[in-house]
Design a protein around this ligand. Structure first.
Ligand SMILES: Cc1cc2nc3c(=O)[nH]c(=O)nc-3n(C[C@H](O)[C@H](O)[C@H](O)COP(=O)(O)OP(=O)(O)OC[C@H]3O[C@@H](n4cnc5c(N)ncnc54)[C@H](O)[C@@H]3O)c2cc1C
Length: 386
């Protein structure tokens, strides 16, 4: 085998890249042979990690994973009840933590807090961190992969793409933008998360991780409406939000500038190419409905770490069989979660009354029959169990 600088190079120090680095460091006596190539460059949505406006609903499995890595952020907000409804049509369902014998269904975290706690854990782990501008794979051969970052050449046995950019054609540009902001309400309900399906897209109202009396808003709507909302005064935006959401939480008053984010579906058919493998958003970018993207990304990450466990203890061996086993193990969960979120994002916006009525009836059915809502809730909480 030709000499390499590292056994594993992870391109991208976002949540999935950091978690993979921390998991692999547990399985090797030489964490310094793992390098995390982080760049302060923007994510695919255009934000540096410290300024990323996303709030993320993480499920129980993701929480357990982050706690085991000592990287659970200091500020989080619990979700104990999820209320799902449809604007303008019948149908709603309520999912409660008691139904599943868990203290909470999930937690809301702010992207920059998660990034900070993960980076702190990585800094303590003995993993090499190289910060710079964008890192790119320049070539791969039978012995390793070459990566270039800021003119520096790095040779590694395995390259993991965790930079959040899937290198594959976009399958769907949703005719929706997500508007992210923060609001206060006149009738707050602690621990409640709401997903309200409107004709233009889902509107999520979540507990805010940094303020017990505030809500995080993720309002998916038509691009023209998003532009009009961004141009409104805070008072008019608040009135429009109250009108769209209804009166369950009283009156909304926004106290943040809305940030628009374009939405697309992009699922790579193959996540492995020789000695390169993609995880997280680099493997698939989903619609944010039901908050599945990062939870799925963490399942990719945990599965990859398990697949590499034996290899990283003896990295002179060929890594490719482990990568192929990883890819096969992840297909079903990736495809199912992408299909679920894609159909949730589109069913209620089909513009076809019978379809929307049926979707409303499905919500009612789930509400009436606990057994009917259990599989959906379980998938959203834990992902596919094999
Ligand atoms: C509006 C919205 C709401 C969402 N809500 C949820 C939710 O509630 N729950 C959930 O589970 N998911 C949610 N998601 C999805 C979630 O944000 C992503 O799945 C998750 O951030 C993916 O993590 P990642 O580490 O794969 O990629 P990213 O978070 O994109 O991180 C990639 C990192 O790589 C760095 N980078 C980029 N290019 C390079 C390069 N060339 N070299 C080196 N570094 C590079 C970037 O600076 C960044 O730090 C949401 C997404 C959106 C848009």
């Amino acid at each position: 085998m030709s000499r390499t600088d590292f056994d594993v190079a992870i391109i991208g120090g976002g949540p999935t890249g950091c978690v993979l680095a921390l998991l692999l460091a547990r399985y090797t006596a030489h964490p310094e042979r793992i390098v995390l190539l982080q760049s302060g460059t923007a994510s695919q949505y255009g934000y540096a990690p410290e300024k990323d406006p996303r709030v993320l609903a993480l499920n129980h499995g993701s929480r357990v994973l982050l706690e085991s890595l000592m990287a659970w952020p200091a500020h989080t907000a619990p979700i104990q009840t999820i209320h799902v409804s449809q604007k303008g049509r019948l149908g709603r369902t309520i999912i409660q933590h008691r139904d599943f014998n868990v203290p909470q269904l999930g937690s809301v975290v702010h992207y920059p807090s998660l990034y900070q706690s993960l980076m702190q854990a990585v800094e303590l782990s003995g993993i090499e961190i190289l910060s710079g501008r964008s890192a790119q794979v320049s070539l791969q051969d039978d012995h390793g992969v070459s990566i270039v970052q800021d003119g520096r050449l790095i040779r590694t046995a395995l390259a993991v793409q965790a930079d959040g950019h899937p290198n594959s054609p976009v399958q769907r540009e949703y005719p929706q933008m997500a508007l992210l902001t923060r609001a206060r309400v006149s009738l707050p309900r602690r621990g409640w998360a709401f997903e309200r399906f409107t004709r233009e897209g889902p509107l999520a109202v979540l507990p805010h991780p940094h303020a017990t009396d505030a809500q995080s808003i993720v309002w998916c709507c038509a691009p023209e409406r998003a532009r009009a909302l961004c141009a409104m005064s805070p008072q008019d935006f608040s009135a429009a939000l109250t009108d769209m959401f209804g009166t369950r939480l009283g009156k909304f008053t926004i106290d943040g500038t809305p940030t628009p984010i374009p939405l697309r579906l992009n699922v790579r058919g193959s996540t492995v190419e020789g000695r390169c493998v993609a995880i997280g958003n680099a493997a698939q970018t989903l619609h944010p409905v039901a908050g599945q993207g990062l939870n799925l990304g963490f399942r990719d990450t945990a599965a990859l770490a398990i697949a590499l466990r034996d290899w990283i203890a003896q990295p002179q061996h060929d890594v490719r069989p482990a990568l192929n086993a990883f890819q096969n193990s992840r297909q079903a969960d990736r495809q199912l979660t992408a299909m679920l979120t894609d159909s949730m994002a589109r069913t209620f916006t089909s513009g076809m009354a019978p379809v929307e009525h049926l979707a409303g009836l499905a919500l009612l059915g789930m509400d009436a029959i606990p057994l009917a809502r259990a599989p959906l809730a379980r998938h959203l909480m834990q992902g596919l169990r094999r």
